[in-house]
Design a protein around this ligand. Structure first.
Ligand SMILES: *[C@@H]1O[C@H](CO)[C@@H](O)[C@H](O)[C@H]1NC(C)=O
Ligand SMILES: *[C@@H]1O[C@H](CO)[C@@H](O)[C@H](O)[C@H]1NC(C)=O
Ligand SMILES: *[C@@H]1O[C@H](CO)[C@@H](O)[C@H](O)[C@H]1NC(C)=O
Ligand SMILES: *[C@@H]1O[C@H](CO)[C@@H](O)[C@H](O)[C@H]1NC(C)=O
Ligand SMILES: *[C@@H]1O[C@H](CO)[C@@H](O)[C@H](O)[C@H]1NC(C)=O
Ligand SMILES: *[C@@H]1O[C@H](CO)[C@@H](O)[C@H](O)[C@H]1NC(C)=O
Ligand SMILES: *[C@@H]1O[C@H](CO)[C@@H](O)[C@H](O)[C@H]1NC(C)=O
Ligand SMILES: *[C@@H]1O[C@H](CO)[C@@H](O)[C@H](O)[C@H]1NC(C)=O
Ligand SMILES: *[C@@H]1O[C@H](CO)[C@@H](O)[C@H](O)[C@H]1NC(C)=O
Length: 481
């Protein structure tokens, strides 16, 4: 009886104030006002509303006073397919417990400073298919729980570097979709230094990137690591050459078009007596990691004084010997994904390394060390050749990544993956890694069979995406009353 009365009351309230009737499900505290031709948010919403669906209406503004009292239970707010062009900076003061906010397919043009600051529990923010061209540097600050941010199909021309920079980075963010925007330049050093689990969800395809060999190198690395962002949308990574010829090129073919040097899966090179640090840079976070040394020895702390394994999976070998050369394997295990990374290590005999192959590296590092001219001079005088200036240090930070293979041992897509794919609502390209090999003549030191095996499993795992945002909303975030 009480249910019926509540329903009647609510219905009546809505009818009076808005001349419309919102469906109200008492059991789940869902208020659904979808496709009701609303131009404003209904007033007198029950304060225990958990999900408020206002999608497919004609709401143009989300003012501060859309609710004048707290809605402490509200965790899903759906406003997609409206005509929103204004959001007050105080719009979310009374709904601080939102976890899912859908503002996709509206007319938003800019994101003002601190606009989402109150939403410190928000996990998913959908902003795709708007007209956003300006994002204030503080727009997303304070969103400490944000995990997924969808900004595709907008007019963004500046890469929001504050979202990936070390200090300002949102610590939980693992998916950032910036595809189909107008970005011309990427902050390549910042992107390179990101952990693989973040690059895995950093979608940048179909922008107006300017072609250069750094871009080629970056994307090829991502592809070789089988990162979803590069593998799933390989053909959509395009760029525009810097010259007069504006013919759109594919990023993965730049080695042909722009004579970018063939990307090699190089190995980690080091010198006798140096300290070797290997990072197990997995595609997911919070995996339990085990290292296997050459000769199939499990690296466990304590069994060898020179080998240390840190809790975050970093392997450190102090004072390397020639026998430390070989294949290092990191086994990373979690509930959703098992990953195996390989790193090839070559230890150079200090005396031999001065000639031949490593001469190039020597020159590069020399340039890097020009600041310490004195040191260089000392080297020049004290050693017969001049290639030992800071070996290892002058190399790119993530050098070893190049040689890493990752493999998916799981054939079942995770919940997270499904949700991701659903939101992207784009086709997924299936690629044979051999294609790439054929194109850039890449040499694969750790065996072709392995890659094929992995590709087969990978194919089984990738799913085409179909769902529109609404249907996935309820599956993405379970409704808690
Ligand atoms: C909304 O407006 C359209 C066109 O004016 C009309 O056809 C439709 O019936 C309206 N829907 C509701 C729920 O009032
Ligand atoms: C809703 O409002 C009523 C009175 O207006 C109050 O007693 C109740 O605690 C509120 N519920 C919540 C969840 O804030
Ligand atoms: C970012 O921080 C991590 C540790 O927090 C550090 O290892 C890394 O070098 C930093 N990267 C940059 C580019 O500053
Ligand atoms: C690429 O982006 C443009 C807008 O920038 C969009 O019109 C087009 O549909 C997108 N193409 C693909 C394949 O996503
Ligand atoms: C690439 O290199 C070849 C031969 O080294 C040269 O003929 C060609 O003009 C170069 N192309 C570009 C775009 O630089
Ligand atoms: C890549 O590897 C090939 C064959 O191993 C070698 O000829 C080429 O010089 C290497 N390129 C670079 C840029 O190291
Ligand atoms: C310690 O490592 C060295 C080479 O790195 C190896 O020869 C030796 O057998 C190892 N000792 C143990 C106890 O594993
Ligand atoms: C390193 O090279 C020198 C000169 O070729 C050689 O005499 C020495 O035995 C080598 N050291 C090792 C450990 O192989
Ligand atoms: C990962 O491997 C462990 C044992 O090696 C297994 O129990 C677990 O089910 C695997 N996880 C996946 C997602 O395949």
């Amino acid at each position: 009886v009480s249910r019926i009365i509540t329903r009647l009351t609510v219905t009546a309230l809505f009818s009076l104030r808005n001349l419309t009737i919102c469906a109200f499900t008492l059991d789940c505290n869902i208020v659904s006002c979808s496709k009701m031709n609303l131009t404003t948010v209904p007033v007198n919403l029950p304060n225990y509303t958990a999900v408020l669906d206002l999608s497919y209406n004609d709401i143009t503004r989300l003012r501060a006073e859309w609710t004048t009292y707290k809605l402490p239970k509200l965790h899903n707010l759906l406003l997609s397919h409206n005509s929103l062009h204004f959001i007050s900076t105080e719009a979310f003061v009374y709904v601080r417990h939102l976890r899912y906010l859908d503002l996709s397919s509206n007319n938003l043009r800019q994101l003002d400073e601190y606009i989402f600051e109150q939403l410190e529990h928000l996990e998913v923010l959908l902003l795709y298919n708007n007209h956003i061209s300006q994002i204030d540097r503080t727009a997303f600050s304070g969103m400490i729980s944000l995990q997924k941010l969808y900004l595709s199909q907008n007019l963004v021309s500046r890469f929001p570097v504050e979202l990936v920079k070390n200090k300002t980075r949102l610590q939980k963010l693992s998916l950032l979709d910036l595809s189909s925007n107008r970005i011309k330049v990427l902050p390549i050093p910042e992107l390179q230094s990101l952990p693989a689990w973040l690059k895995n969800g950093l979608y940048l395809h179909n922008n107006s990137l300017i072609c250069n060999c750094e871009l080629y190198s970056l994307m090829t690395q991502w592809f070789l690591r089988r990162l979803n962002s590069a593998v799933d949308f390989r053909d959509d990574y395009t760029c525009i050459p810097p010259g007069a010829d504006k013919k759109i090129l594919r990023v993965f073919e730049l080695n042909v078009h722009m004579n970018c040097s063939t990307f090699n899966e190089s190995m980690e090179e080091t010198f006798l007596g140096q300290t070797l640090v290997l990072n197990c840079d997995t595609r997911h976070r919070e995996m339990s990691k085990t290292w296997m040394l050459p000769g199939n020895i499990i690296a466990s702390p304590g069994n060898n004084h020179s080998v240390e394994v840190f809790p975050d999976g970093i392997l450190k070998i102090s004072s390397v010997k020639l026998e430390d050369s070989g294949q290092y394997t990191c086994f990373a295990v979690s509930e959703h994904l098992n990953e195996t990374l390989y790193v090839w290590v070559k230890v150079h005999n200090f005396t031999v390394s001065g000639t031949g192959d490593t001469l190039n590296t020597g020159y590069t590092t020399l340039v890097g060390c020009l600041a310490s001219v004195v040191l260089v001079l000392i080297y020049l005088y004290l050693t017969p050749c001049r290639c030992f200036c800071c070996p290892g240090q002058g190399k790119p930070k993530n050098h070893h990544e190049d040689s890493i293979h990752s493999s998916i041992l799981s054939a079942t897509p995770t919940h997270e993956d499904m949700a991701t794919k659903a939101e992207l609502s784009r086709h997924v390209a299936f690629i044979d890694p051999k294609d790439l090999q054929g194109q850039n003549g890449k040499v694969n030191p750790s065996g072709v069979e392995e890659l094929d095996d992995e590709a087969r499993q990978g194919k089984g795992m990738r799913k085409k995406s179909v769902a529109d945002s609404i249907s996935s909303v309820f599956s993405d975030t379970p409704i808690v009353v």
